[in-house]
Design a binder for this molecule. Sequence first.
Ligand SMILES: Cc1cc2nc3c(=O)[nH]c(=O)nc-3n(C[C@H](O)[C@H](O)[C@H](O)COP(=O)(O)O)c2cc1C
Length: 369
Amino acid sequence: MHLDTPITLGGLTLPNRIAISPMCQYSAVDGVVQPWHSMHLGSMAISGAGLVIAEATGVLPEGRISPHCPGLWSDAQEAALTRLIAGIRAYSDTPLGIQLGHAGRKAPAEGFDSGRPAPPELGWPTVGPSDIAPQEDWPSPRPLDEEGIARIVEAFAAAARRATRAGMTLIELHGAHGYLLSAFLSPLANRRTDRFGGSLENRMRLPLMVADAVRAALPEGVTMGMRINGTDHAEGGITPDEAGTLAVALREAGLDYVCVSAGGNSRHQQIPPTVPGYQVGLAEEVRRRSGLPTMAVGMILTGRQAEDILAEGRADMVAIGRAALDDPRWPRHALQSLGARPDYPRPYWRSGPDIWRGYAAVHPEAGPG
Ligand SMILES: Cc1cc2nc3c(=O)[nH]c(=O)nc-3n(C[C@H](O)[C@H](O)[C@H](O)COP(=O)(O)O)c2cc1C
């Protein structure tokens, strides 16, 4: 079986190939994680996943996606994250990572996926590569100057230091979905004529500067990757070929993996039907081009589907989002459906397939134990 085979990404060996995808919870207060985050990440940490990645976390106040998103620019935020991780560590050794990001022109969103901007009293002026609003009814960002860019690069490095001090052993840079790094990469959002715009080499400059700064800030052994767009799903946007070139550059910059998603850079995007595995082809292309360990994400719904993606060499890992919100034991159930017998947390031991007679009725896909 591939799904339960350990994988080493940089200094970190994960016990299996299932990652919990970063998912905004819109539940932070002043960027500080709350008991909800302990509940959410704690439950994912006992899910049986090989890796849990915490949600997009702003490296600056104006880098949050919404006023309710966590941040990592202050001592109070770092202290709360440190406590959260210590609490989880008392019960689980599942590797924990965090997605660090700057939302750029796509903030401040109202929160809870409404797609609307936050009300003015909660909002802030936005920045971006160019003066192009993300949607018709959203404000236009202020194009960043060199000084503003340098401040953001340093903020990523500082947040990465805070995250690792707090106990995170993996840093994922958010370079997808039209947020700041993704916007710099996309010709649809980036119309600059300086060294940060135009050619792919120039559009990659900011993400690579951030990657270099974060890599330099991280202690030895901390794993680092980036979520990128394999396509913008819009004419004139980033292509799988360009994403492959980016992944090669990220590998050369010392990144340990890439996770391939898509979209979010254009109000004219045409997202294809989100059928099972709809983004796996993008991961496959990026993996083939770059040779970098690659996570596939998007509508990966069953253990068999995940196993086939890995067995066919289309990705090295799968990241699971909504299926894990629906069933916070999804990784364990997926592994069990393929015949593996992953460990249980001791207090839940009596619900395991070899002990509880009800298991087969609840999970007929698991077959005989
Ligand atoms: C509630 C929610 C919050 C999300 N927040 C993030 C995020 O913080 N960062 C990110 O890169 N993707 C985010 N996503 C996208 C997921 O990580 C994932 O890529 C997407 O849901 C597709 O995978 P799935 O079909 O397994 O859910 C979010 C998705 C959901 C449902």
